[in-house]
Design a protein around this ligand. Structure first.
Ligand code: ADP
Length: 880
């Protein structure tokens, strides 16, 4: 631009003026002097703005860092930016640069001293080893004041100022900045040597070393530590160990913290340092007086007013009054201003000293409280650890218990499978004498009851382990109650206790609930009632209203003490006294009942009076449905299936199970191939291809799951049903689950097995419904209404004949229907003497009479005589 201007005729002087140059350039471009002038002005304005804004931004960073160090608070860079930009704009726009030129010259003395001290430290002290070989910047590791830097800066600034004021002559005055700079290079090494460089570092953080080692192991390439306050990760050079928080802290958080009161370096605070410094020159008493409240006030006031005086002197000199009167006026004004400021600074200093003191006191108190809290938290953490340990131990014990339970249930399930399976099979066999039917039913039901108990034990461990599934089945409610009734009436009678089931409101035929769990709840309560009632009666009442069923189990047994009533729901809690001493039990029943009721969203209430009896009430939401979903009890007996003959391969190492499955399946028309282990199964497969596999899971040699996988690998696509005594079906690995189609847990209900076969082979069953089945069902249903199982007795004992159509029987029936007690008593006595009806019937009728159940007596007579009548009408109609 200068070359262009000069070649265009501009003078050398003009070529040094940027504004002129811009103007020339814009003139070249626009050829209009006015436009060129305007453009040059705009350009200069933009450039100045840019320079000033950039400087202001840089300055704001410096200011904010400086203030956050000094005041331990973060005023915010934006504030400083605005502040600096405003100053920059004011200076620029108001043209006060010139006015400040002289002041800036003085400021430059301080700036040169500062930079000189830094340079001297880096260039002389570090190479000579007078200062550490690195630059420490973290507040936590530094003294508030390092006499090397601060001292040399002060001395250099003073020397520079004195020279500037012309005390050392004119040459020194013009060289004042150089005097400051040069003195730094003398005083910095000198003070460092005198003080032996001990004020460079107040402390280090050896506590961080193990943490750094750990961090190195985690990531050797990029070692960082996390600040305990802001929780950000920083390089280790930026971190210290904070003794107030007992955590690593980053340099920024450390700079800003006011609460620690520099507890990490008590000897390095400005107060301590100045005390130490003053004691070198002044008597102890005086130093003590200086550090008192008044002493601090006086020192602060003195420092502020020295600075004030210096500033005013500077202004006074800069203003350079031209006449004597002006000088006198300026002097008076300055003095008046100084003394006014002295009063103001006095008040402010006093306030400052007080505010500082109270802040320190408050902070100390707050720190004391914090320490107390931290101690408390530590104590809690200790307790927590102990609790955690105890919990882990308890959990381990619980796991061991669960393993034990799982193991024992595994052992019980296999024999139970045979008991239940054969009982069901025999009861469905056409040639089974009808008198055995009831016995078989009871074996079957009791087997299921045992299986349920095992399930119960497993359930508790499942619930405790958080693995518990609730199913939704359509349940035939009256039938369920029938079954419970017949099951417990038998038990009760065998110990001479009356058992009565009463339905208090019309029940829906089908409800939705988890049948197994509902059964479990009621069985537990009913068996307890019978078990803990040595004499008297047990009453089982069922009420149903607004979709809520209420089951009330009332007994006249031994009762429970009030204190025990709360405890009995806890696992393994049993009341042990003279009356219950010998009764078997695990103490798990009520725990299961309570857990199940809660899980099913129901309510369980217990009341009891010791010596008088107990009452347990279970309320459950059992939504009513109009039809069963087909999963409800199937009364029809399967005799075969439609379509061609299917081949099933049963692989089980237990010959009893294999035999049972064959006995169930062969009569239905299946071709059943048996194999005792995986190897023989694979051998057999060479000559046949089954339509379905039933595999036992645990077998010696290759187990069932491995066999299933092998079969899938060899491209056998036939459905595979796993049969196992291990109930952990939910915990199978996904690849294991892919190998089989269904997992049945032993003991498997025959119908469940048949359902599974039907499902996977897409079969259609052929049923045979016999009249006997229908009648049996009718009779079963009738027993619910309060009498004691007439049906059961008849079937139980084959020697029991029907109740004959005798005159006395009809009389008894009539009296019973009328509720005529004396009459019934009389006829019963007659019958006892005459030997008209079988002894069993007589006992039944007698016990019904004892319970004043006249309706039940009538019904009993009707059922037993009628039942046998109808059957006898078709004596040869035996099912196939
Ligand atoms: P278990 O019957 O196996 O001992 P439970 O959990 O079913 O365990 O019952 C816990 C305890 O509650 C029993 O040991 C018994 O003392 C008491 N209990 C439960 N039901 C009754 C009842 N109907 N009458 C008297 N005591 C009962």
């Amino acid at each position: 631009m200068a070359y262009l201007a000069i070649s265009d005729g501009a003078t050398d002087i003009q070529a040094t003026d940027p504004t002129y140059l811009y103007q020339r350039i814009f003139f070249f471009l626009t050829t209009s002097p006015t436009t060129a002038l305007i453009l040059a002005a705009v350009f200069v304005f933009i450039c100045q703005m840019k320079i000033n804004l950039t400087n202001a931004y840089a300055g704001s960073i410096a200011w904010s860092n400086f203030f956050s160090r000094l005041t331990h608070s973060h005023p915010g860079r934006v504030v400083w930016l605005v502040f600096n930009v405003t100053i920059a704009l004011l200076l620029m726009e108001l043209g006060i640069y010139q006015a400040l030129g002289a002041i800036l010259g003085v400021f430059a003395i301080a700036a040169v001293s500062w930079l000189g001290s830094l340079s001297a430290d880096l260039l002389i002290n570090k190479p000579l080893g007078l200062s550490p070989n690195y630059v420490e910047f973290k507040r936590a590791h530094l003294y508030d004041i390092n006499p090397v830097g601060t001292g040399s800066m002060l001395i250099a600034t003073t020397l520079g100022l004195v020279s500037y004021l012309g005390v050392f002559g004119d040459v020194a005055k013009s060289l004042c900045h150089f005097i400051s700079l040069g003195s730094c290079f003398v005083f910095v090494p000198l003070i460092a040597w005198i003080t032996k460089g001990k004020y460079y570092l107040a402390r280090q953080s050896p506590e961080l070393i193990p943490m750094i080692e750990l961090a190195k192991q985690r990531n050797p390439k990029y070692v960082t530590l996390t600040c305990g306050i802001c929780e950000n990760a920083f390089e280790t050079e930026d971190m210290s160990f904070c003794s107030a928080y007992m955590q690593p802290i980053c340099s920024l958080c450390c700079s800003l913290d006011v609460r620690c009161l520099d507890s990490c370096k008590p000897q390095a605070s400005i107060g301590q340092q100045s005390d130490y410094f003053l004691k070198l020159f002044l008597p102890k008493g005086l130093v003590k007086a200086l550090s008192s409240r008044f002493g601090r006030f006086a020192s602060l006031l003195l420092v502020i007013n020295i600075i004030n005086a210096a500033l005013m002197m500077l202004i006074y000199r800069q203003m350079a009054p031209s006449s004597l009167s002006e000088e006198a006026l300026l002097k008076d004004t300055m003095l008046a201003l100084f003394f006014t400021l002295l009063i103001v600074s006095g008040v402010l200093s006093w306030l400052f000293v007080l505010a500082h003191e109270s802040r320190v006191v408050a902070q100390k108190e707050s720190n004391r409280q914090t320490r107390k809290l931290i101690r408390e938290i530590d104590a809690h953490q200790e307790t927590d650890k102990a609790l955690q340990h105890a919990k882990e131990q308890a959990e381990r014990a619980n796991e061991a218990k669960s393993r034990y339970l799982t193991g024992i249930s595994h052992e019980l399930r296999t024999p139970l499978q045979s008991i239940i399976g054969y009982a069901q099979l025999l009861s469905e066999k056409a040639n089974t004498p009808s008198g055995h039917q009831n016995g078989l039913d009871i074996i079957h039901r009791s087997g299921l009851y045992l299986a349920d108990l095992i399930e119960g034990l497993l359930d508790i461990s499942k619930i405790e382990a958080g693995r518990f599934d609730l199913y939704r089945n359509t349940v035939d409610l009256p039938k369920l109650i029938d079954q419970l009734n017949s099951m417990f009436a038998m038990q009760a009678r065998s110990k001479g206790v009356q058992f009565q089931a009463k339905i208090l409101a019309p029940l829906p035929q089908h409800v939705i609930t988890d049948e197994k769990r509902l059964r479990q709840i009621l069985i537990n309560l009913l068996s307890n009632a019978v078990k803990y009632t040595p004499k008297g009666s047990v009453l089982f009442e069922v009420n149903y209203r607004n979709q809520v069923a209420e089951f009330i189990i009332r007994d006249t047994g031994i009762g429970i003490k009030e204190g025990h009533l709360k405890r009995i729901f806890d696992p393994f809690e049993r009341v042990r006294d003279v009356s219950t001493g010998n009764l078997p039990g695990t103490g798990l029943g009520l725990t299961i009942v309570k857990l199940l009721t809660e899980i099913m969203g129901g309510d369980l209430q217990a009341r009891s009076v010791i010596g008088e009896g107990s009452e347990f009430r279970v309320s459950l939401m059992l939504p009513w449905v109009s039809q069963g979903d087909g999963s409800a009890y199937e009364y029809k007996r399967i005799v075969s299936y439609r379509g061609y003959q299917r081949t099933l391969m049963v692989v089980d190492d237990d010959p009893v199970v294999r035999g049972l499955l064959s006995d169930i399946l062969v009569p239905l028309g299946f071709n059943v191939l048996e194999a005792a282990d995986a190897e023989s199964c694979l051998d057999e497969l060479e000559s046949c291809s089954p339509d379905l596999f039933v595999l036992d899971v645990s077998m010696p040699g290759m187990d069932g799951l491995s066999l299933a996988k092998l079969l899938r690998d060899r491209a056998y696509s036939a459905p595979i049903i796993m049969l196992s005594a291990d109930a952990k079906e939910n915990q199978r690995k996904p690849d294991e689950q892919a190998a089989f189609n269904q997992y049945l847990v032993k003991p498997v209900n025959n119908s469940a097995l048949l359902d599974a076969i039907k499902h996977w082979l897409v079969l259609e069953w052929v049923y045979q419904e016999t009249e006997l089945d229908t009648l049996a069902l009718t009779a079963l249903k009738k027993t619910v209404s309060g009498n004691e199982e007439p049906y059961q007795d008849v079937l139980e004992d084959p020697s029991v004949a029907t109740i004959p159509d005798h005159e006395s029987v009809r009389e008894l029936m009539a009296f019973a229907e009328m509720g005529y007690k004396k009459g019934v008593r009389g006829v019963l006595d007659q019958l006892a003497k005459k030997d008209v009806i079988a002894q069993t019937h007589l006992q039944q009728l007698e016990s019904l009479y004892q319970g004043f159940q006249f309706d039940a007596i009538a019904q009993y007579i009707q059922t037993n005589s009628q039942l046998m009548c109808e059957v006898s009408e078709k004596p040869n109609d035996e099912p196939q």
